[in-house]
Design a protein around this ligand. Sequence first.
Ligand code: PLP
Length: 438
Amino acid sequence: MTKSNLPGPKARAMIERDHKVISPSYPRGYPFVMDHGKGSEVWDVDGNRFLDFMGGIAVVSTGYSHPKVVKAIQEQAEKFIHISSDFYHENWIRLAEKLDEIAPFKEDALSFMTNSGTEAVETAIKLARYHTKRSNFIGFTGAFHGRTMGAVTFTASKAKYHGGFYPLMNGVTHAPFPNPYRPVLERRKGEDYGEAVVRYIEDEILNQILPPKDVAGILVETIQGEGGYIVPPDGFYPALRKLCDKYGILMILDEVQCGMGRTGKWWAIEHFGVEPDMITSAKGIASGMPLGACVARKSVMNWEAGTHGNTYGGNPISCAASLATIDLIEKEYLQNAKEVGEFALDALEEIKARHPSIGDVRGKGLMIGVEFVKDRETKEPDHDLTERVVDLGYERGLLMLSCGKSVIRIAPPLAITKSEMEAGLKIFEDALTAAEKA
Ligand SMILES: Cc1ncc(COP(=O)(O)O)c(C=O)c1O
């Protein structure tokens, strides 16, 4: 059903107030003004109900205001809201113990808690330099790692993130991310495209530009998020691991968006059978309370007391929300993400067969990208169509977000039911049909 009055009068009035006092740098999409949410649904201030396929950009993992998460927050708030990270508290310890248990490597894990994803990445960058005593890094085109000075240097999904902010951090060289739908490098016979990218890094970067003995780490989003929900080919991570081992370079995975059960496994890297040295997490880790973590092998996180810290690290309320979130993911939503994700991928393949404007459907679990093209042969991205589908979806009661040049990301709460997914995909196809006609 089309909602013809969007934004409603209350939303319009609030947006006007917002524009007078909030930084204009925020990249606002359509004019949705939140009132409240429950599970996978949200209501705007004018009483319009929407199904949510973006979950606060892959954050609201357990759905909006899950009662167990709310209870954990309330109970903790009544006890204490803050204690300086110079001291100790149990939920912080319990969370680190849990992260040690689920970390994607056999070695014991130590965690540094942060307020956000970008701070987790910043932590990983500093730790890599400190531990290796080397200063340079390799990142990837299309990457998004955040907006603080170190992380934003690696971010390479839009030139806008760098424009006006130079000089950035020294010592970051970008390699092409292995996008199997849009390869930019030649493959040798028998070589997987991921292996071709790793060969490029060794031959063209490490041999010709950046001596490996000066490289502290390679930082990569295991599945690229903002850059277009891109799953690299199977050969990429095994080859990258070998390269890192050969030269003593740390393999640092940014799983801020793709981790914490989103892909149907705790960590996206588990789909590739490789163990990293460090991993960053945030977003879905605490259902929306601000929390991130840099989780490293114990032998890597060897910095001395006082070298790195923060005021809010291990915030008691965020840790309590995270423990409740992880428990729910473990007991219910890991499996749900896998099952509903597979159902959605199959359904989207059928939709693709009916709509030539869809060039590619890909993803793992509930991290799914649908890429729109003007022509399947030339693969020219259709940015305008993508934005029209998002807008028309909104008018029909479905919240979606784009990413990359012409991709719609489907990243609902991990708690979404199969029937909600079915209903959402129906709205998605209606919106696409209308957008194609327009
Ligand atoms: C992969 C990845 N890394 C880092 C970040 C930065 O996280 P935050 O916005 O919490 O700073 C994001 C945010 O979208 C992300 O997707």
